[in-house]
Design a protein around this ligand. Structure first.
Ligand SMILES: N[C@@H](CCCC[NH3+])C(=O)O
Ligand SMILES: [Zn+2]
Length: 495
């Protein structure tokens, strides 16, 4: 009998229940690895510091409960809002932005309830609400108990002509009135343009300079249509940084795929705050995702990110929001996508097993995630099979493992194989070494498939070893099989 499939903590995973937290790996052929020997010192890829950059001191304005409510599938009742807000505070975001209390009566009541929750329970997050740059909205907002009010108004000609119909003089005068009013109530105030990247630069700088002079806390730049490139962002923020003294908040839509890169460039150019939402949900295809920003920033300054944000909570928050808005976590999601830390090709697997830094820039353990090495495909290499055999507690020599790997690859050339197939081949191979009794390796295959397998196996072996070397390997395997299997000390093959 072959030994029981003791799997070094991976049994749940390989059988379909997820042992780590990477989400749905059901039926997925991978070894969960255990150690994380990433260097604990800061990444060698730290950005070159300069006097403008805020990459190492940025703040997050989390807008799942405002921008995110504008996502097509979003409907948050008060209970959902409370749970999301609490989770975001646990995560450590600096601000939570809420839908305008002027939007509806329930929005106003929800805003008040979350302000009470904050007073009772929050550790970090301040509450903001986001309203039109208008006195009517501002009057409602200041009565809700928020810490600050974010006002916004469109400044591009598109929005001035086709949305609110006001000119720049009106915008400036209203902004000044609203800012002075909110400040008089002792609250924080941010003034943001909308569609900033399609607005006239002189108009923008002139209004930002005016509101800065009367003591606005932050000005905001918004790429409302997601048209900006990182270089345009850098230019605009850097120019603005030279004009105002207050903080600079930035807000990036992701229509053309630059929302995270733009956020990063904005910080490099001197922005202080980044707007995010969980999974990036928002109007159309959304904005800078919280998780994606964390991925970017942990590569830039791991110490800052880990000292400030409880990033191990990321998966939990994403799952919660995904449930509420009834979407799946995308397979390629930053950090939490099901294959974000799964390595497949033989060359990658080998290097990862030696040292994960070879093919990973982010340490999954920082986020409470697990790394996996795929071991059931035609790309699988013998190092991955060796690890898997170790996990199954089947000790074999490297020569034996190589021949066993050839069998696995050969079968994977015939059909898609699963964990169970790989494990069966490994077990059967091991068993045959020690008992001479044939195992039903090819059970379930048609005669044609068996033939194909045998040809593929021959080719694999020939490619693996060359004919002469193959003979030597086989002799070695036979010789080793005669020695009773000794239980070797387990090596840390799984890194
Ligand atoms: N969702 C709006 C709001 C901008 C305010 C920035 N915090 C936009 O994209 O323009
Ligand atoms: Zn937006």
């Amino acid at each position: 009998m072959c030994p029981p499939a003791e799997t070094n903590g991976t049994n749940g995973h390989v059988n379909g229940t997820v042992n780590g937290t990477n989400g749905n790996h059901e039926g997925y052929s991978a070894i969960q690895t255990n150690q994380n020997p990433h260097p604990h010192s800061s990444s060698p890829y730290r950005p070159v510091g300069d006097f403008l950059s805020n990459v190492s001191r940025f703040k997050i304005i989390e807008s799942t409960l405002r921008e995110g409510e504008q996502f097509a599938n979003a409907y948050f009742d008060l209970e959902a809002k409370m749970k999301i807000a609490q989770a975001l505070d646990d995560f450590g975001v600096d601000y939570i932005e809420l839908t305008s209390p002027a939007a509806s009566e329930q929005s106003r009541l929800d805003c008040e309830a979350i302000c009470r929750l904050k007073n009772e329970k929050f550790k970090t997050a301040k509450i903001l609400t986001h309203v039109r740059c208008h006195m009517d909205d501002a009057r409602i907002a200041v009565e809700t108990g928020v810490d600050g009010v974010d006002v916004v108004i469109g400044t591009s000609s598109y929005l001035r002509e086709h949305s609110h119909g006001k000119d720049m003089t009106y915008i400036k005068n209203t902004a000044i009135e609203v800012i002075e009013f909110v400040k008089s109530k002792g609250l924080e105030i941010r003034f943001s343009s909308e569609d900033s990247f399609r607005s006239d630069l002189v108009d923008l700088l002139s209004i930002y300079s005016a509101v800065d002079k009367i003591g606005v806390n932050r000005v905001g730049i918004a790429d409302t249509v997601g048209c900006a490139s990182p270089r345009q962002v850098y230019d605009l923020v850097r120019t603005l940084r030279g004009v105002v003294h207050c903080d600079i908040e930035t807000h990036f839509h992701n229509d053309s795929g630059c929302a995270i890169a733009n956020a990063y460039c904005a910080l490099e150019a001197g922005a202080t705050h980044i707007d995010t939402s969980v999974l990036g949900i928002g109007e159309r295809n959304g904005i800078t995702p919280l998780g994606g920003l964390m991925a970017r920033m942990i590569v830039a300054d791991r110490d800052y990110v880990l000292s400030k944000y409880n990033v191990k909570k990321l998966k939990e928050i994403e799952d919660m929001v995904a449930d509420y808005v009834e979407v799946n976590i995308p397979f390629n999601n930053y950090i939490t996508g099901f294959c974000a830390f799964t390595h497949k090709a033989g060359i990658h697997a080998k290097a990862i097993l030696n040292n994960p830094s070879t093919y990973e820039i982010i340490n999954p353990a920082d986020f409470g995630m697990s790394r996996y090495v795929h071991f059931a495909s035609r790309l699988t290499g013998w190092n991955a099979i060796k690890s898997r055999a170790d996990q199954l507690d089947l000790q074999m020599t490297d020569a034996q493992i190589k021949l066993c790997t050839a069998k696995i690859k050969a079968l994977a050339d015939v059909r898609k194989i699963a964990i169970d197939d790989t494990d069966s081949i490994i077990r059967a191979f091991y068993h045959n070494l020690h008992s001479q009794e044939e195992r039903p390796l090819l059970e379930g295959l048609s005669a044609e498939e068996v033939k194909k397998f045998q040809i593929a196996e021959e080719k694999e072996k020939a490619e693996l070893t060359g004919t002469k070397e193959k003979r030597q390997l086989e002799e070695q395997v036979e010789a080793e099989a005669e020695v009773p299997a000794t239980k070797k000390t387990r090596t840390a093959a799984v890194a």
